[in-house]
Design a protein around this ligand. Sequence first.
Ligand SMILES: Nc1nc2c(c(=O)[nH]1)N[C@H]1C(S)=C(S)[C@@H](COP(=O)(O)OP(=O)(O)OC[C@H]3O[C@@H](n4cnc5c(=O)[nH]c(N)nc54)[C@H](O)[C@@H]3O)O[C@H]1N2
Ligand SMILES: Nc1nc2c(c(=O)[nH]1)N[C@H]1C(S)=C(S)[C@@H](COP(=O)(O)OP(=O)(O)OC[C@H]3O[C@@H](n4cnc5c(=O)[nH]c(N)nc54)[C@H](O)[C@@H]3O)O[C@H]1N2
Ligand SMILES: [Mo]
Length: 770
Amino acid sequence: MAISEHDQKHREPRVGPVPKEEPEFHPYHHPAAGWGAAKSVSQVLMREGALVDGPRAIMRMNHEGDGFDCPGCAWPDDTKGLHLDICENGIKHVTWEMTGKRVGRDFFAAHSVTELFGWSDFDLEDQGRLTEPMVYDPDSDHYVPIRWHDAFELVGRTLRELDDPNQASFYTSGRLGNEATFLYQLMARELGTNNLPDCSNMCHEASGRALEASLGTGKGTVDLKDWETTDALFIMGVNAASNAPRMLTALAEAYRRGAQIVHVNPLVEAAATRTIVPHDFTDMALLKTTRTSTLNLQPRIGGDMALLRGMAKAVLEQARTDPKAVDQEFVDRHTAYFDEYRDLCEGTPWAEIEHQSGLSRDDILKAARVYRDADRSIFSWCLGISQHEHGVDTVREIVNLLLLRGNLGREGAGPSPVRGHSNVQGNRTCGIDHRPAEEFLDRLAEICGIDPPREHGLDTVGTIQAMHSGDVKVFVGMGGNFALAAPDTPYTYEALRSCDLTVHVSTKLNRSHLVHGRQALILPCLGRTEKDHQKGGVQATSVEDSMSMVHLSVGMKRPASKHLLSEPAVIAGIARAALPDSDTPWEWYIEDYDRIRDTMAQVLDGFEDCNRRVRLPLGFRIKQPARELVFLTPTGRAEFSAAPLPDVVPAPGTLALGTMRSHDQWNTTIYSDNDRYRGVKNLRTLVFMNEDDMRERGISEFDPVDITSTAKDGSHRHLNGFLAIPYDIPRGCAAGYMPEMNVLCALGDYSTQSDQPLMKHVKVTIEPAA
Ligand SMILES: Nc1nc2c(c(=O)[nH]1)N[C@H]1C(S)=C(S)[C@@H](COP(=O)(O)OP(=O)(O)OC[C@H]3O[C@@H](n4cnc5c(=O)[nH]c(N)nc54)[C@H](O)[C@@H]3O)O[C@H]1N2
Ligand SMILES: Nc1nc2c(c(=O)[nH]1)N[C@H]1C(S)=C(S)[C@@H](COP(=O)(O)OP(=O)(O)OC[C@H]3O[C@@H](n4cnc5c(=O)[nH]c(N)nc54)[C@H](O)[C@@H]3O)O[C@H]1N2
Ligand SMILES: [Mo]
């Protein structure tokens, strides 16, 4: 099909770049990482004009002591002094921030907001770094420059004039460093609201709640050393080669020392095949590949819980003849509600397990055997597990299975969620939580001398609903791209447009700046790669990775513009303007971030003495009570859950659609129209389907199709003219890219367990385009 014709069918504005060539699809048969990654990196470096600075910055990334933390993902740094685990997507991410391009006042003078709204999201971000604060001028429909002082005063005045502080909501995207995070939540709570939605509400909320309920701690318990010593790794619902590429190295090393690696994913992703270990120069030179999998299972979308239940059932059945199958001593000493769980497993028929998982009993037994034969097992997971109606139950089922064999509190064993944004876990640790614990608020009150509100605040979905109904009038986005990342795009746009004031603290121009309230500000800030000069000298910020390691990040680049402020400074500026009588020493904090850390050390669990410990070569690890077999649960024990299996099988004629990322994308930031590991070029507006499902509907490769979703409330949403791609995916399942597909996700369709939008299980029908 000619491109122009295909393009016309797209909903405007588009997300990705306009492809210069025909779409292509050729299943990928090469190893992950290696030279393909190296080539892709050099293309990005060239495009961003970062050929000189890029490589130098990369050498400083994730360095002990004096480097900056890679903003690419939350995978931990190596513990053995190997600091250059080159990762293609981390490099792309860093160069994206370091681009030589700039969006200054001339740019905004030349393009109205209405005009810019028609641009693609790719083109918006591709303009480069924001350079000075801008305010929306309704008369001219342009953004115009504003001085920092006046911008702060505008936000401060609007916040002061609200009838109720709960009419404001303060969003965090998981990039924000710990110190800024602490100040941000302090400001919101001093103002009097717990409206602190964050990207975690769309991401790992389910994991946090499940681990909290089962183990009394909202985080994983394992670290990289455990990954290095485990006998069996179960990797569930994550596209690691694209989204946590440094995991590839861990998988290859595990394979080389004989560990079992089981991948559970409706799609066989690149990490489930083989890799060329990127930092291993001999491997690179000889194109030597290492396997990264010993078993791949492809359940139906949402079928993981049934698979886990089946594995538990098999282990329990074996325990009748094999006393070592279940670690009864561990179960007796450390857990509660085992009998209920055993009865539940025994009472769940194999036929139901097979039907709900979409896997044969034989396949499930294979996985169970790996689990039974391993002395130490780790389960790792990401969005394929969490973004479901029953996400909490599924993560609790993972813990159930771990508990059966005492896979907790010892080396090489335990739960290991792969977090998303590089500091999303630190955000929670440092107080971004719309449902804060009483003890935390008590300490905040005592140490910071404020009177924090006690009622729970709004999360992401709640904030969108409240903006839509007029209950929230001020939206502040601390990073991120809320308009595009949130579900139900048109509804979210309406919600943001009903606000009195929208404020975005950002590094690059994005859709959220163009979907604005009556008044609107763009406040540009330093990125993580840049030097942060304050009165007390160059400042460092701390971040926490997926495995609870906290370490310092120090920028080394000259800021993209001399008008940029650091995120802590922006927050302090807003806080001072909104709270003129505040006793909090906002300005004093900004002079030297050690002062913020000193306060954090008094308020936050696990941050004692953090100024000293964060300067240790590898930083420090926040203690996980569950790791020490201390369970802060009602029973004081690890608690088995006994949830019934949900019905995840699509009704006849319908499909379960999962929305996900391509390889060349970082959430709403699109690098190109390619998805290398899935063999796709020049195309994002696609839907992957099983060939039989396509045939049944009279659809062939690259045929345009219309996709209709049906929400819980029966309402329908549409995406037309997407191209169908035949893919190795179970029948009844389909997949495509976020954020294009967010229009299909109804705002009301969130999990009743986690309040997370159901981004991996959208009920759709697909037919040839009208
Ligand atoms: N380069 C890059 N890195 C990133 C990001 C990025 O956009 N780009 N985003 C970051 C963020 S914020 C996050 S949260 C993470 C996201 O990391 P991922 O969780 O890998 O993100 P997705 O692309 O949504 O991929 C979900 C995976 O789950 C699978 N899946 C879908 N449904 C199911 C299911 O029902 N069961 C199972 N078992 N699997 C399923 C899909 O096939 C896919 O492999 O990555 C982080 N790292
Ligand atoms: N359908 C569907 N929707 C999803 C998902 C899905 O799987 N499917 N995944 C969800 C998930 S897991 C997440 S985490 C959200 C992501 O939601 P967000 O975190 O809100 O979105 P991002 O695309 O990561 O934000 C990109 C923007 O962040 C800004 N930025 C980058 N670096 C910095 C910085 O250092 N400081 C500041 N202040 N700003 C910066 C830039 O302006 C850039 O445009 O999307 C969610 N949406
Ligand atoms: Mo995320």
